[in-house]
Design a protein around this ligand. Structure first.
Ligand SMILES: Cc1cc2nc3c(=O)[nH]c(=O)nc-3n(C[C@H](O)[C@H](O)[C@H](O)COP(=O)(O)OP(=O)(O)OC[C@H]3O[C@@H](n4cnc5c(N)ncnc54)[C@H](O)[C@@H]3O)c2cc1C
Length: 457
């Protein structure tokens, strides 16, 4: 890296907001993928003007810039693939404005999802997007990846809450994408273009979000089936109800096996071929009615067990079991290819059978769980990191799976984004004409290709 550029950053931001020593840079060289790329320098802006100055300086030095929240991404979005400058948003972590009259909150991008949730909860409000990483991921990262979680079924994902973003473009210009007006069709919808743009179109300096009123109460049902067909039919029957569940999570037989051996509980039984966690929420009486209705529907498909959790302890145990899936997988391999595919609900059964077939074809463990109600399956291909042959088989299995997803009319990624991890597969879904449209959109916001180059395409 050009020492002169580092000196300029130190002059601009002060030495304590610029890191350039190897041991400091290491902390910004990885995310939740197992890949590592060293940045040349890390800078910590405090506002949009500083971000704009950083971008303009990088343009002069033709140096790439990568935005970084907490670095918890699963697709390599925050990795500085070509070195250059990492812009860390961790010091931009203030809640700027609570507009209770209109029910909007404006935050800096480095606010942690959980901090926003609890700030609003204390005032009787609810911010729904709930990625499993909510305790440590940032709102900026959530917006850039359009993150979602179990409650997306009823409450949607991040895109359903973002109304306005202040963006510093690849030319260092500052624009606002939307407004607080409920109806807003003035021009193209730049807000939604930014959501899920994986840090490639600009750097977000301020984000305005909708929020809801706090939910009264909830109950969980843990239900399992010994037959995949029956289980899938039962889940689809729940989704066809006027009063749908707020959450419909599933574990396949391999996840069930994995959790059973890892998570011990006297309260719940993890068993069967297909298992679901179903949530009902709302007022106390609504929850009672929903639980009765869901139980009735589920029983029509002869589950092998059905447990209703009303008290906090029982609900916690169920959610802990759900959370235990990922750590429990370690015994199946030292390397995980983590895929978050999404297919139309009516195709989940085809996909699950296909995944079983692929596991057999390549003779590797493939363990599946996720958000049934959104058709979003977390496919975990478990490998030995010392075994090159097995890794090759894992990569081939990944390609087969993504091809099948496209054939079934699904999406390469439901939550984690394309980043580095899936960019070579974009052509499975999009032709050259479509890819050119994406590249041309990027050029409009970042003509010199300095914002997060090498991601998505
Ligand atoms: C244990 C675990 C569980 C997870 N569970 C879920 C889950 O349930 N659902 C889900 O969707 N994801 C999940 N994730 C993935 C990850 O947490 C999300 O993608 C999250 O939104 C990333 O936030 P971050 O702050 O860590 O962003 P980073 O990883 O730092 O960055 C992600 C992307 O956002 C860009 N970015 C960050 N800040 C800005 C900004 N201010 N302006 C422009 N671009 C920016 C980066 O350049 C990068 O491209 C999980 C990850 C882990 C490790």
């Amino acid at each position: 890296m050009n020492r002169k550029l580092i000196k300029e950053f130190e002059k601009m931001l002060g030495k304590n907001r610029v890191l350039s020593e190897t041991e400091e840079l290491l902390c910004y060289s990885y995310d939740a993928t197992s890949k590592e790329f060293m940045p040349d320098v890390v800078v910590f802006p405090l506002n949009s003007n500083e971000i704009s100055d950083i971008v303009k300086l990088c343009l002069q030095y033709d140096t790439p810039i990568v935005g970084r929240g907490s670095g918890s991404g699963f697709s390599g979005g925050s990795l500085p693939l070509k070195g250059g400058v990492v812009v860390s948003f961790t010091k931009m972590n203030r809640i700027l404005e609570l507009d209770e009259e209109n029910m909007f909150v404006t935050v800096e991008p480095g606010v942690i999802n959980e901090d926003l949730k609890s700030y609003l909860a204390d005032k009787g409000y609810f911010y729904p997007p709930d990625p499993a990483s909510y305790e440590f991921s940032t709102i900026g990262g959530n917006v850039a990846e359009c993150s979602g979680g179990p409650r997306a079924l009823k409450y949607g994902v991040t895109k359903d809450y973002v109304v306005d973003i202040e963006i510093v473009t690849g030319e260092g210009e500052i624009i606002n994408s939307g407004s607080k007006a409920i109806k807003d069709v003035s021009g193209y919808n730049i807000t939604q273009l930014m959501v899920g743009s994986e840090g490639t179109l600009g750097l977000f300096s301020k984000i305005t979000l909708r929020f809801l009123l706090k939910i009264g109460s909830n109950s969980l049902i843990l239900v399992s089936f010994d037959d995949m067909d029956k289980g899938v039919k039962a889940a689809i029957a729940l989704l066809k109800l006027r009063n749908r569940p707020s959450m419909l999570e599933f574990m396949d037989k391999f996840s069930i096996e994995s959790v059973k051996n890892y998570f011990k509980s006297d309260i719940i039984k993890i068993d069967g071929t297909l298992l679901f966690v179903v949530e009902a929420d709302g007022s106390k009486s609504d929850v009672e009615k929903s639980v009765a209705e869901y139980s009735r529907v589920l029983k029509e498909f002869s589950p092998i067990s059905l447990f209703i959790a009303n008290d906090e302890g029982e609900k916690r145990v169920i959610m802990e079991a759900r959370k235990a899936i990922s750590p429990s997988l370690r015994r199946y391999g030292s390397l995980k290819i983590n895929n978050d595919i999404a297919v139309p609900i009516g195709k989940i059964k085809n996909m699950l059978f296909y995944l079983e077939g692929i596991a057999k074809k390549y003779d590797i463990p493939i363990i599946n769980f996720g958000h049934f109600g959104d058709g979003n399956i977390h496919v975990n291909i478990m490998l030995d990191k010392e075994n090159d042959d097995m890794i090759k088989k894992g990569e081939e299995a990944k390609r087969d799976i993504l091809k099948k997803v496209v054939e079934l009319g699904g999406s390469l990624s439901g939550e984690h984004g394309i980043g580095l991890e899936k960019k070579e597969f974009m052509k499975l879904k999009y032709n050259n004409y479509h890819m050119d449209i994406l590249k041309n959109i990027k050029k409009v916001f970042d003509p010199q290709n300095i914002i997060n180059p090498g991601k998505i395409f």
